[in-house]
Design a protein around this ligand. Structure first.
Ligand SMILES: [Zn+2]
Length: 342
């Protein structure tokens, strides 16, 4: 239990450093800055009874409390367990606090009028960032596309600059900052999506990055640099999505299934399971030669991913010992070994 809460603390702390946690001021990212961390004994906290969630913070060895402009109140009645004071390049100080919140698992969600846990399959792609098995599509925000173009331009610029020159360093710095910005936008967007998905579903199924990489890598003929860039954007999005789903599933008592073994999620007909022909990336819809059902390429893939995930889920959930809760994360590649060992 202690381990668990420590892990939560650590995750929360990581989130806070990535700009998602609670902190009084928004930090500028992608710049070097000085930081000092204060643990419980290193500061005094006095909550303001008139404005709960805000209050006076006095650092050790200081007589005066810090003059803080609160950008956001802490949950009322909580005590910060860790404090971080940073200074950015412009010389501004920021105070970030970490509070320990008790997160209760959500009640289990079942498919209406059945004992089947509600599940969702996610397909990640370049046409849509995420496609769900119910047909919902989350597009890459236009903002990200614009950033991607800018990034490509900067990278071309970088290649033209003399190695070791100051101009090259400048361009490099701009690329670093742009990456940080893209990361922020994506994290915010994915945060909303993953929260909703974890609330509405009991089992969440994703394909592993290595499988996705395998499939996309074969496509970028003739446009290697752009393909590489797309790949990087995709990888970053997928990594972030997986990271968020992992900790949210743990927090709320859900199960994340990672289908990390190759299986033809795109080519298989999700209705009759017949294997279709190889398809070019440009093909967005196709009709199954066996049963005639017309599929949206990504939705079909998401359905296959969900079904494969549920197959694995039942292998574990129905396995020994009866009545035990399904684990937070089920990985296909680890499953075989664990079933063999049992
Ligand atoms: Zn079919």
């Amino acid at each position: 239990m202690l381990q668990q809460s420590l892990r939560h603390l650590d995750q929360a702390y990581q989130r806070f450093f990535k700009g998602q946690g609670q902190y009084p001021e928004r930090k500028k990212k992608g710049r070097s800055r000085d930081a000092a961390v204060y643990v419980r004994t290193g500061f005094k906290w006095m909550e303001d009874p008139k404005r709960p969630g805000t209050g006076l913070i006095t650092l050790a060895k200081q007589s005066q409390p810090l003059d803080i402009r609160w950008s956001r109140a802490l949950p009322a009645g909580t005590v910060p367990v860790r404090l971080s004071v940073t200074r950015d390049r412009a010389g501004r100080y920021f105070v970030s606090t970490l509070v320990e919140e008790r997160i209760a698992p959500l009640p289990a969600v079942f498919v209406a009028e059945s004992r089947e846990p509600k599940a969702v399959g996610l397909d990640l792609g370049l046409a849509s960032l995420v496609t769900l098995d119910d047909g919902t599509k989350l597009d890459h925000p236009r903002l990200l596309k614009r950033y991607a173009e800018k990034l490509a331009r900067l990278q071309r610029e970088l290649h033209k600059k003399v190695k070791g020159s100051r101009n090259r360093a400048k361009v490099r710095q701009r690329i670093v900052r742009l990456y940080a910005l893209i990361g922020d936008v994506r994290r915010d967007m994915l945060d909303k999506l993953t929260t909703r998905l974890v609330r509405e579903n009991q089992v969440l199924v994703v394909e592993d990055l290595s499988v996705v990489t395998l499939l996309r890598a074969a496509r970028g003929r003739g446009r290697r640099r752009k393909a590489k860039l797309n790949q990087a954007i995709l990888d970053a999005g997928w990594g972030e999505l997986l990271r968020q789903l992992r900790y949210k599933c743990e927090w709320y008592g859900r199960t994340l299934v990672i289908v990390d073994r190759f299986f033809p999620s795109t080519r298989r007909c999700s209705t009759c399971h017949a294997k279709g022909p190889k398809m070019d990336v440009s093909v967005r819809t196709w009709a199954c030669a066996e049963c005639g059902v017309v599929h949206d390429r990504d939705v079909n893939a998401a359905v296959n991913i969900r079904d494969e995930g549920m197959r694995l889920y039942w292998l574990v959930a129905a396995g020994p010992p009866p009545g035990r809760k399904a684990p937070t994360v089920i990985r296909a590649s680890e499953l075989e070994e664990c079933l063999l060992a049992a």
